[in-house]
Write a protein that binds this ligand. Structure first.
Ligand code: D41
Length: 786
């Protein structure tokens, strides 16, 4: 096969796999196979640059960044869509269609139905099946040339597949960003200190407007085609839905919700069906579009001004509306977090009337530049809490007051303190998420007591039947309870007479509280309301550590061994249990007879996962990451040997960088650090764990020197030190860099110094080189073969 043929064959395969992946949602080969073919093609194209064509799958991202987009005039104007907002509008649309077509009485019109994606309308021009131009719809008459950007979108074919496509074909569609990609993009923007996008539509628009196509390529964009414009030198099907299906055969993704219905009833039915699915769809839609399916009929209907008479968009209730912020108030949560809430002029958005919206924290207010009296855009998508997405600064009234954090808690009057929220990214560096404020009032703060008890009694925690928010509010208000432990002391007489309580209901509540003295450890931990500890983390703590006693004392470093517990969460957990007030409440709860049905041992997988290398990795030694930690652990074998290390011994750790050696030495000099690591080891021992577990996992179980620790010192004359070490390891011995009580034997060559002296001092057996070689021979190792 010639190189040309090979290149063509690779392109054909890659295009085929792309089609299976993006259009059919059914990949034929694993990603690795695709990557292999792709790299192969890239390699050939590099060797033979004359064979590179614009429609090659390798050429999606290319071209120098532009200075500005060129204007392009659409050969056929891109029409706009009329809107219907209710059933009545739909009925009159249908009536107009029927009358214009002069359809015989009783004949129903066939409509194609599509979701109306919330994105950016574009035009794609294909000549001889090759994408030659992509442009925005603009005002429908002319738009911007965004060819380089649309080429980066994987669901847009650079070359049409199959056959029978017209010589010139213009495909029109909507470019959108799926919800998941949008959330991920915004998370990335926030982490990088950038301004997040208000909604997926703005994110799609912003991504397409990048002058550097390499930036567009990093954005999760997709295309959904909805019609064709220019068709020259070829035929298209006679029905709209079939046109879209034909486009699928040529390489465009077909929306799975496309349907064909009979008459306006069918349309109204479709509208309801899609509305119900709206929140669960992976992309945002703002309505559905109905089109007369028969293209012949479409032609007869024509259009008025810019909109076709044969199509209409039936809009869903808006998810964004404008309203006015009357005030900003501060709420106090169960952990004392003081968070701002916007009190709004009531507004109907996303299907409900909204009068409050969360503002998260003070940084969010600063980012929005929100003042009291401002007009704001409120967004309520799906079931999420309404958000303030932006301030309409143009409508700001004169003298609008900025929002200030109160110095005193609005509930209890205690001081409000500022705490920095620090989030760690995957790569380990810290990103400041912003400033949070906390009321220091604790027990004195009714809001905190109340929220803590509501949480304790809630369904996912202790699940105390009949103890709802309203009742807790009353009990706290009347000072009948000030902590979850007080619940168990409540007497029916205290309840009788409270709103909604008579004798029977009072007895019943006390009984259901008493019945919850027996609880699973996980529910109880969750119920404590430790910041950042949700159900899943509570389950992990309970199942891995087994007992409340261990959970109460576990060191944060050890917590980070547990799945999904990072340093912040570990810190929150330790902080919670160290707190005196929390300790009192906890003791009180236990004194009230709380019992755990399921306390047990430390999880065996946790015991197996804890290694010296991982401990070293967690000790924050500068210059030492995972690999370095492993090397240090392999060399020293136990903590005592590491703590006894000096520059000389560290220098012998294979491949340990100078920076890492210095980092270790600094730590060894730091009494606090040494104390900390000893404390951790002591706790691990108390939990019944020891480093020996990492050796037991090895394969050398039957090895003759298993469990023995050897130290090599001085110069060996008959073999290299590395070979001596390898031989010992082969026999199952650990080779350590320093002599301690745990050393079993020292091999000393000429020039041995302090280590030999120490061995003699501790009474440890010492072998010279000849005796060492004898030992190897005894165990069938030929020193000459090493
Ligand atoms: O999903 C959409 N946003 C969508 C937009 C759609 N499914 N169909 C559409 N059909 C048309 C006509 C009937 C004019 C071919 C459209 C649009 N137009 C459209 N999008 C933006 C302006 C017009």
């Amino acid at each position: 096969m010639s190189v040309e043929q090979e290149v063509l064959a690779l392109r054909e395969q890659l295009n085929h796999h792309n089609y299976c992946y993006y259009v059919l949602d059914n990949p034929e080969v694993p990603d690795a196979e695709y990557d292999r073919l792709y790299q192969q093609l890239k390699g050939l194209e590099k060797e033979h640059p004359q064979l590179v064509t614009a429609d090659s799958p390798t050429q999606r991202v290319g071209g120098a960044p532009l200075g500005a987009f060129k204007q392009v005039k659409h050969e056929m104007p891109m029409l706009s869509l009329d809107n219907a907002f209710n059933e009545e509008d739909m009925q009159s649309f249908n009536r107009r269609v029927v009358e214009r077509l002069d359809a015989p009485a009783g004949e129903v019109i066939e409509y194609a139905c599509e979701p109306k994606l919330d994105g950016i309308a574009i035009s794609l021009l294909y000549e001889e099946g090759v994408l030659v131009r992509g442009a925005t719809r603009g005002d429908g008459v002319s738009g911007e040339d965004i060819t380089l950007n649309v080429r980066t979108i994987p669901t847009i074919p650079l070359k049409l597949t199959g056959e029978g496509y017209p010589v010139r074909l213009e495909v029109r569609g909507e470019i959108f960003m799926p919800k998941q990609g949008f959330e991920a993009l915004n998370a990335r923007m926030r982490a990088e200190g950038g301004k997040p996008f208000v909604n997926p539509r703005n994110a799609a628009a912003g991504s397409l407007r990048q002058l550097d196509p390499r930036l567009t390529a990093q954005r999760p964009l997709e295309l959904c085609s909805y019609s064709v414009g220019i068709v020259e030198g070829g035929e298209m099907p006679a029905k709209h839905a079939d046109v879209l299906r034909q486009l699928k055969a040529w390489g465009f993704k077909l929306n799975a919700l496309l349907d064909v219905v009979e008459g306006v009833e069918g349309c109204i039915n479709y509208y309801q069906r899609i509305l119900e699915q709206r929140d669960s769809l992976p992309y945002e839609i703002d309505g559905v579009v109905f089109k007369v399916n028969d293209l012949q009929q479409q032609k007869r209907l024509g259009f008025i001004s810019r909109a076709p008479r044969w199509a209409i968009a039936h809009k869903f209730p808006a998810q964004e509306e404008i309203t006015v912020v009357r005030d900003v108030e501060f709420q106090v949560g169960r952990t004392g977090a003081v968070t701002p809430v916007a009190r709004l002029e009531p507004v109907f958005v996303g299907g409900v009337t909204v009068s409050n919206a969360t503002l998260h924290n003070m940084d969010e207010i600063a980012r929005l530049d929100l003042r009291i009296g401002d007009s704001v855009v409120i967004r309520r998508a799906g079931d999420v809490i309404p958000q303030v997405v932006k301030v309409v600064t143009e409508r700001r009234p004169e003298g609008a007051e900025p929002v200030e954090i109160p110095h005193r808690c609005p509930v209890c009057g205690s001081d409000v303190e500022r705490v920095q929220i620090v989030k760690r990214t995957k790569s380990g560096e810290q990103a400041t998420e912003g400033a949070a404020y906390r009321c220091v009032g604790r027990l004195a703060c009714q809001a905190q007591v109340q929220q803590a008890i509501i949480h304790y009694a809630s369904r996912k925690a202790l699940e105390i039947d009949g103890l709802g928010e309203k009742i807790v509010e009353q009990l706290v208000e009347l000072k009948l309870i000030t902590s979850p432990a007080d619940l168990y002391r409540l007497q029916p007489e205290q309840l009788i007479g409270l709103e909604g309580f008579a004798e029977i209901s009072a007895n019943k509540l006390c009984e259901s509280i008493a019945a919850r003295r027996q609880v699973s450890l996980a529910r109880f931990i969750y119920g404590l309301g430790i910041p950042d500890v949700g159900e899943e983390t509570a389950r992990v703590l309970a199942s891995k550590l087994g007992t409340l006693a261990r959970i109460r004392v576990v060191l944060p470093e050890i917590l980070t061994w547990l799945p999904d517990i990072g340093r912040e969460v570990a810190g929150e957990i330790s902080h919670f249990f160290e707190d005196e007030h929390n300790a009192k409440v906890l003791d009180d709860l236990l004194a009230q007879g709380i019992e755990f049905a399921d306390e047990g041992e430390l999880a065996p997988d946790l015991a197996g996962a804890i290694t010296l290398a991982e401990l070293i990795d967690r000790m924050g030694i500068s210059g030492v990451a995972k690999v370095g930690a492993q090397r240090i652990a392999d060399y020293f074998g136990d903590l005592e040997s590491l703590l006894a290390a000096d520059l000389q011994t560290l220098d012998q750790v294979p491949k340990l960088s100078a920076k890492a050696i210095n980092g270790v030495l600094d730590c060894l000099d730091d009494a606090q650090w040494v104390e900390r690591i000893r404390l951790i080891e002591a706790q691990l021992l108390a939990f019944g764990l020891h480093w020996s577990c990492e050796v037991e996992q090895g394969e050398q179980q039957a090895a003759p020197l298993e469990g023995k620790t050897y130290v090599l010192t001085g110069t060996l004359e008959q073999m290299a030190r590395s070979k001596a070490k390898a031989a010992l390891q082969q026999l199952g011995a650990k080779v350590s860099g320093s002599v301690s009580k745990k050393t079993d034997c020292v091999v000393a060559g000429p020039g041995a110094g302090s280590k030999l002296a120490k061995a003699n001092e501790l009474g440890i057996p010492v072998l010279d080189e000849d005796q060492f070689i004898e030992l190897l021979r005894e165990h069938s190792i030929d020193p000459d073969s090493l």
